[in-house]
Design a protein around this ligand. Sequence first.
Ligand code: ADP
Ligand code: MG
Length: 693
Amino acid sequence: MKVPEIFGANVFNFQVMQDKLPKEVFKSLKETIEKGAMLDAGIAGVVANAMKDWAVEKGATHYTHWFQPMTGITAEKHDSFISPAKEGKAIMDFSGKELVVGESDASSFPSGGVRATFEARGYTAWDPTSYAFIKDGTLCIPSTFFSYSGEVLDKKTPLLRSMRALNEQALRILRLFGNTSVKRVFPTVGAEQEYFLIDRKMYDARKDLVLSGRTLFGAKPPKGQELEDHYFGPIKLRVSAFMKELDEELWKLGIFAKTEHNEVAPSQHELAPIFTVTNLASDQNQLIMETMKKVASRHGLYCLLHEKPFKGVNGSGKHNNWSMSTDKGVNLLDPGSTPAENGQFMLFLMAVVKAVDDYQDLLRLTVTSAGNDHRLGANEAPPAIVSIYLGEELTEVIDALEHGVKYEGKSKQIMRLGVNTLPELPKDTTDRNRTSPFAFTGNKFEFRMLGSTFSIAGPNIIVNTIVADTLRGFADELEKADDLNAALHELVVRTIKKHKRIIFNGNNYSEEWTKEAARRGLLNLKNSAEALPRFADKKNVELFERNKVFTEREVRSRMEIMLENYCKVLTIEGLTMIEMGRQDIYPAVNAYVLDLCRTIEHKEKASLSVSTEKKIVERLSKDNERMFCKAEEIEALLAEARSYADAAEQAKFFAEKIIPVMEEMRAFADDMECYTAKKYWPFPTYADILFSV
Ligand code: ADP
Ligand code: MG
């Protein structure tokens, strides 16, 4: 296989556009894509036709607008290109109008009350800034999704809006530094994706995995990840065959799948693509997750993307590596070598520091979900407290700036922005902090709190918007200054003084940090029910409106959807537990108890000791009884939960009243698993699942 030949084979990229489109049309479309300019309506028909010819040549028969509703996954509705022609014949047809807009029923997608039922119509619109591609014989056209009244119903539109806001404000800063040649600034993202691969037969045998994506029961296996023998370990044949095919599929889709390795937990792996423009990175991450599932099924495997499929075993996250780049390819978070470049770098860096401090709540709530609540703050993933890691060198520089003293690093000088150069900062140091939720890694930030199932659109909307808004404030101030260097220095020092509390280079997993963070006044929002209601706080709504990312109505609807989703997920988990408890575990344990009772009867007749059997029977009977009662309790609580009209109140009820009982029920079941003969246990155990591949 020649990789360069298959790479992008299924993508309508610049190369193909140039080949298939008339020169003028190509130029116009390229402008639209690169500058985010308005699409020239006149060219849509020509582009559509070229796209169709190209797709049909590649065996496609259908097309779809491919969009990202608030479900967090992608949606598609296929239409064939087929169109009647003379004499009962058919031709393949695709118009400009079909390319540009699609109509789809919005009533079955979450809208958080934005879309009234009388206006159920939804529209999809082509996003020319993301390439069209062919997937399973269908031409997929990346699209936005909105309601009849113009309200946004998807994740892509606000992402594009946040990118626009960042572009506008970052350009103002660059102009201040005399840079007039850059035309566009865009955020870049590389999203590392963690996942589990298990045997398909194991998956099918577990109702909890099938219905909720995670195991709701399961005792700790004798071997977990304690030997640390899986991380970066040799990849098993079956898994490597999967990875090979996955890479191939992704390459064809124009995705630079680069790094594949085993992760910390048994059966856990990671894939990292090379970073790209955020909008593309977001679409590509959706395709990566979808392709993982598809390829796994071809190998008799199942790909688990849930944040915490197994209790007591590391969960899966997604690391969102984020930076800003100019259209000239310059990374704005790369410290330069001249005083001016360093001054500019410091300003962008401090914008991120201030943004993260001012909007800890938004960053926290954008990574919250019922699934990710199992990870954050659980000593395997970043804590629920948001902070920034800058590393020792940069922190020393900042200290020196703050106090106007000599920087004691290599350069031994009094730090003055715009006058001195920064010391060389080590990139990718091996001892870098892996416990930090938001870590500077030399020339980018790594936002490490995302859950593995997440669309990266949500978190990036927040990061882009809060940084854009901070840059806006900086630009407002600096544009008025007579002496830019003096004003810059003063602004940076002031920002350091005010926001240094958010900087923490130590171990984020430690008990002391929780206390220290409280002393510093940092937020510690423990779960979704605590975090989500903050979305609509006045300062946040104002932020989104100022940057034209969300209207207040859109903020409220999104908050509603996230809260509802939290409650729905927990309802499904609760109901699944009840069903598995009553229909599988209870009868299985009883059958084993009966078996033991018969043994006791026979042994007693033979005057043999039955003390062990009796002990087990007693323990199991008691546990089984108690587990059954907990199921009844959960059932009653779920009924009570339904009576809450307010989504935030309902979420709180789930977090505080229902989750603890679910955990109690599980504890009884897990104890019984340890005492029940293997052949009676109704589903595969952790050891069966985790070491099955
Ligand atoms: P690690 O596992 O050590 O965090 P990886 O190499 O697995 O590192 O992942 C780093 C990710 O960061 C890759 O996806 C890479 O493409 C991405 N990345 C590198 N530079 C940038 C940048 N300037 N902007 C955004 N992402 C970047
Ligand atoms: Mg990483």
